[in-house]
Design a protein around this ligand. Structure first.
Ligand code: NDP
Length: 614
């Protein structure tokens, strides 16, 4: 067929009927919408408390800490580590890091499931490679290597002495008279600080579906982020020797499951993969990194590489594609430039938008072709095909996932409703019972709801105002970092600032910015808090900018990106939809101007002596 753009009549090189594809997208979406929306999930700890445990730490005992410090960092993942590193670089040395896990690492501490890897080039994801002199072994490092790197950062920047591990924050409260934050923990610590930087993660509280019968199951159940190697044998790199005679079910086929499945397929006696919605799984092409090729790079190469990547991802059209991975190959052409024989920028605006919409369909259908070229059973191939816009869910990259379904011990169990129930001996999908020994929930993390629900503690600002109440109708920040009524509190989250796909970069960049602002405030003896006007202006700007993306997401198949089909509950609705390159250029200019525009700066109070008797 020849498809022509509506206004100019320019032919587009596609081999599908867009109306048919869109109709199928809508049909598949409607089949998956659940009345319960985001409430179809519950916290892992709500129903399987004994499984929501830290299997990697030896329990410690210690005396409670009572102290006054300059900064408390909530979270010892990449955000907390990078903030600690930059605080030291900017001359702030008196700070505490409070971390629930038994070591640094965050995501890489908890997610130790077999096959865990980063889906972003290690050379761009792992912070401070130049400064620590570390060269990753593979283009996409595995979880063990990433976890080791977080410890390397801890040692390199001398952060261990500042850390309180295995410690859970219970409250964070602003004392307006003393102008200090007071952080309390489950170990009885009371730590007072001028500043708090929170980086507790976006995907940290494991969730599972509210499926009837979970507690009836007599076999073993766990969540991917709480993997039980005592039960499976082996480690993150595989060799799950105890599963040889076991029947295993994986529930979910998101970014985590596509990494787990090939490893379970290799070692389990039988593997059932319960799929509600198929993922898009593109080419990964993981290769070893030649240390010599990295050693010869010009200083500053990491920042330059990331910038080039972000420029492509944000359509700034740089002259060269340095990284040249699947991300840049797709997103660099998401405007459909390769589908027409003319310069797409010369087309009328309506046609450019139409072409972009076609490219979105085209990239999803390229995944169909990949599936057809790999999967031998036609029925399985059909069931694995995603029917939704390419960016409705996080696109996956993996070269072992699809081939696993050609193995005789692996069976795909597709059902748009997912798991119906769990019995004493297994699970029920689409009315059919499957007996298994182990159920692995690869069903993601809570992303909706308040931070109190996700992190388990409240932040209380001026006049007893809680953050949950203040944000009950949406986040309110300046630059996604500072919030009125919560002086000297900086959040390194996803709300109201830019993010495209690289969490490592996003956290490192925010950490640097937060640390320089704090150092500046300390050097000038000031407290910081956004003005009401600046905050309102920023929130309005963010919400306006997000509108086109939200109308795209509203049409998407349900998932955590779009609040399970209810866009008003979408977790990423507040991400600032301008280019991440532009956002940071804007932040750098804001910083260079030196006026801290939009922040109300008040003289800070001197510290009060700590009594130790709180
Ligand atoms: P997701 O939320 O992406 O996936 C959850 C999966 O569980 C989906 O396939 C979902 O189906 C399925 N599911 C939910 N309820 C049911 C049910 N009742 N029956 C059957 N299936 C069900 O979680 P992940 O842990 O996979 O990924 C979360 C995020 O973590 C990713 O988006 C990514 O940002 C990050 N990640 C990053 C990696 C990296 O390399 N950097 C690696 C792994 C994860 P449905 O789609 O129908 O809702």
């Amino acid at each position: 067929m020849t498809y022509r753009l509506s206004v100019s009549g320019t032919p587009v090189r596609i081999d599908f009927d867009p109306d048919e594809v869109r109709a199928r997208f809508a049909k598949e979406r409607d089949r998956r919408i659940k009345r319960e929306g985001v409430d179809q999930f519950q916290g892992l700890s709500d129903v399987l408390e004994h499984e929501d445990v830290d299997r990697y730490a030896q329990p410690i005992t210690r005396e409670a800490v009572f102290e006054e410090t300059d900064v408390v960092l909530l979270g010892g993942g990449l955000g907390g580590l990078c903030t600690g590193a930059y605080l030291r670089k900017h001359g702030v040395t008196d700070f505490r890091i409070i971390e629930q896990g038994g070591d640094f690492g965050g995501t890489w501490y908890w997610n130790r499931y077999p096959g865990v890897q980063v889906d972003m080039e290690s050379l761009m994801y792992m912070p401070f490679l130049e400064e620590t002199g570390y060269i990753p072994t593979q283009r996409y490092a595995d979880g063990a290597e990433l976890y080791e790197h977080t410890q390397r950062l801890g040692k390199h920047f001398d952060l261990y002495r500042s850390a309180l591990f295995q410690t859970i924050v219970t409250s964070v409260t602003w004392d307006n008279d003393q102008r200090r934050w007071e952080v309390r923990t489950d170990r009885g610590d009371v730590i007072r600080a001028r500043f708090v930087v929170r980086s507790n993660g976006v995907l940290s509280k494991p969730q599972i579906p509210r499926v009837p019968g979970i507690n009836d199951f007599k076999g073993k159940i766990f969540h991917t982020s709480r993997w039980d190697y005592d039960y499976t044998g082996g480690d993150q790199r595989g060799n799950l020797s105890k599963l040889k005679d076991k029947r295993v079910a994986v529930v979910g086929t998101g970014a985590t499951a596509i990494q787990v499945v090939p490893f379970l397929a290799k070692d389990a006696g039988e593997l059932l993969v319960v799929q509600r919605t198929p993922s898009t799984v593109g080419v990964r092409n993981n290769v070893p990194i030649d240390p010599n090729s990295v050693a010869t790079l010009e200083p500053g190469w990491q920042a330059a590489r990331i910038r080039n990547f972000n420029e492509i991802m944000n359509e700034h059209d740089p002259a060269e594609n340095v990284v040249n991975d699947t991300w840049t190959q797709v997103f660099g052409k998401f405007d459909g430039r390769d589908l027409v024989d003319v310069d797409h920028k010369t087309l009328p605006l309506e046609d450019q938008l139409e072409l972009r919409g076609l490219a979105d369909l085209y990239f999803t259908l390229q995944i169909h072709k990949r599936i057809d070229s790999i999967i031998t059973d036609p029925e399985t191939a059909e069931a694995l095909k995603p029917w939704y816009g390419y960016v409705c869910k996080r696109p996956g990259l993996n070269d072992e996932y699809y081939p696993a379904f050609n193995q005789p011990n692996v069976r795909l169990v597709p059902s748009p409703d997912g798991v119906d129930g769990i019995t004493e001996t297994g699970l029920v999908v689409d009315g059919k019972a499957y007996d298994v020994d182990l159920i692995v929930f690869s069903t993601g993390f809570e992303t909706n709801g308040s931070t109190r629900s996700r992190y388990g503690y409240e932040v209380t600002g001026r006049s007893g105002l809680t953050m949950s109440d203040y944000f009950s109708d949406g986040a309110k920040t300046l630059h996604g970092l500072y919030t009125r009524n919560f002086p000297n509190f900086i959040e390194l989250g996803l709300s109201q600032n830019a993010y495209i796909v690289n969490f490592g970069f996003m956290l490192e960049r925010k950490a640097n910015h937060a640390a320089r602002v704090i150092a500046h405030a300390m050097n000038h003896g000031i407290d910081i808090e956004p003005t009401q006007e600046a905050q309102e202006e920023w929130v309005t700007k963010v919400r306006e900018a997000a509108k086109p993306a939200l109308s795209y997401m509203a049409e998407c198949t349900p998932g955590y990106y779009n609040g399970q089909g209810d866009i008003s509950k979408a977790s990423f609705r507040e991400v600032y939809k301008i280019s991440e390159v532009d956002f940071w250029d804007q932040m750098d200019a804001w910083w260079e101007e030196g006026a801290l525009d939009g922040l109300d700066v008040a003289p800070a109070h001197a510290a009060q002596p700590t009594t130790g008797s709180h």
